[in-house]
Design a protein around this ligand. Structure first.
Ligand code: NAD
Ligand code: GLY
Length: 374
């Protein structure tokens, strides 16, 4: 690992706070810790004196721009402030990044730095993937969701009016810097949305981690730093392993979409922006668990544990009221639909998920009718 500051190098080695996403020559570290944004010159080994454009939003400027500027020394550093929110994740906003790169005459050797949540990370990553056919970028995720999911693995995108993340590319960052201190300022609802994605990792591949979450959730809600660091690290370990094995989602990476086909339909039917993505994923995972139970895959006890943990984390565990046919139609817009059949991530047990299209279609229709009759 390329760590510049001797203090940090020692901290990482002693406490083993960094882990790698192993992708051959494109292997990169995820640094996880506290006080990382105070480490002057932390990014110098990655930037190496090249021009830097920090891309962030208006909410994050007063909170973190100053320290992040200090992570790079000896480079020309410019900043671009984008509007906040999912509604800004568009081609028009992307163009603002290209305008800034043109204005500052940044060439193929520049480095983009994404400072923010998943929206800033996705759009900046896509700008980096496409500017002059691809330049380097660095992720500094500031939401829990971005630290455990969107900053890792190289999926970058903007939305199209026809759907979320329809225009995108795989483009891996040079490194990821996850500073737990940034979670202090995160609104409570956003913390919850991130915790939903954390539970996802337990459900899809790590029963022990799920049991740890059942025992330790009060500390997470109180933002205990050590526990948060543990969940970021464990989640990133699981995601890094899956991405290393299947970078382009030809197989097992689709497991990371547990709860997402139901969740995306909830987001769409409720009206984008009404539910946070993580909240929809929480209710979506409960639906995936309930459908798995209906098919005889998941035990009654494990279905109940799934719902209880998400409820304890103050997340929604039931979908909003929607006509079943409308919900099914929203589900069929999912990117995982192949030849008209909806592939789902279902659970055999807590910690054991599978991607499957092997279920009777009428079962899904009946299941949705039952879900929405309450
Ligand atoms: P977000 O980026 O919109 O951030 C949520 C809100 O929190 C914003 O208002 C933001 O300004 C604010 N914020 C961010 N950090 C803060 C901080 N430290 N303190 C105070 N406020 C802060 O939302 P998100 O949940 O981080 O990301 C959602 C996006 O991520 C979606 O667009 C989704 O499609 C994408 N995503 C991508 C992947 C991937 O693999 N690329 C995975 C999951 C989600
Ligand atoms: N968030 C799903 C993935 O990265 O594949």
């Amino acid at each position: 690992m390329r760590v510049h500051s001797p203090v940090l190098a020692e901290q990482f080695m002693n406490q083993n706070l960094s882990l790698n996403v192993e992708l051959g020559a494109r292997t990169y570290p995820i640094m996880i810790g506290t006080g990382l944004l105070r480490e002057s010159g932390l990014l110098d080994p990655y930037v190496g004196g090249r021009d830097v454009l920090i891309v962030t939003n208006d909410q994050l400027v007063p909170l973190y721009l100053n320290p992040v500027e200090g992570l790079v020394t000896g480079s020309r550093v410019k900043t671009l402030v984008l509007p906040e929110g999912e509604s800004a994740k568009t081609l028009n906003t992307l163009n603002l990044i290209f305008d800034a790169l043109v204005q500052h005459r940044f060439g193929r050797d520049c480095v983009l730095v994404a400072l923010g949540g998943g929206v800033i990370g996705d759009i900046t990553g896509f700008a980096a993937a496409t500017w002059q056919r691809g330049v380097d970028f660095i992720q500094i995720p500031t939401t829990l969701l971005a630290q455990v999911d969107s900053s890792v693995g190289g999926k970058t995108a903007v939305n199209h009016p026809g759907g979320k993340n329809l225009i995108g590319a795989f483009h891996q960052p040079l490194c990821v810097v996850s500073d737990m201190d940034t979670l202090n300022s995160l609104p409570e609802r956003e913390l919850g949305a991130g915790l939903a994605e954390v539970v996802k990792y337990g459900l899809l591949g790590d029963a022990e981690f799920f049991a740890w979450l059942e025992a330790e959730y009060p500390g997470l809600l109180q933002r205990d730093k050590e526990r948060l660091q543990h969940v970021v690290r464990t989640s990133c370990e699981i995601k890094a392993r899956i991405v290393a094995a299947d970078e382009r989602e030809q197989g097992q990476r689709a497991l990371l979409n547990l709860g997402h086909t139901f969740g995306h339909a909830i987001e769409r039917c409720a009206g984008y922006g009404t539910w946070l993505h993580g909240e929809a994923v929480a209710a979506g995972m409960c639906m995936a668990a309930a459908f798995s139970h209906r098919l005889g895959w998941l035990s009654t006890d494990e279905l109940a544990r799934t719902r209880h943990l998400l409820a304890h984390l103050q997340l929604p565990i039931d979908p909003p009221g929607v006509p079943p046919a409308e919900f099914l139609s929203a589900m069929s817009l999912d990117k995982k639909v192949i030849a008209g059949h909806i592939r789902l991530v279902l659970m055999r047990a807590i910690g054991q998920a599978e991607v499957t299209a092997d279920y009777p279609e009428h079962d899904l229709v009946d299941f949705l009718s039952e879900q929405f009759v309450r």
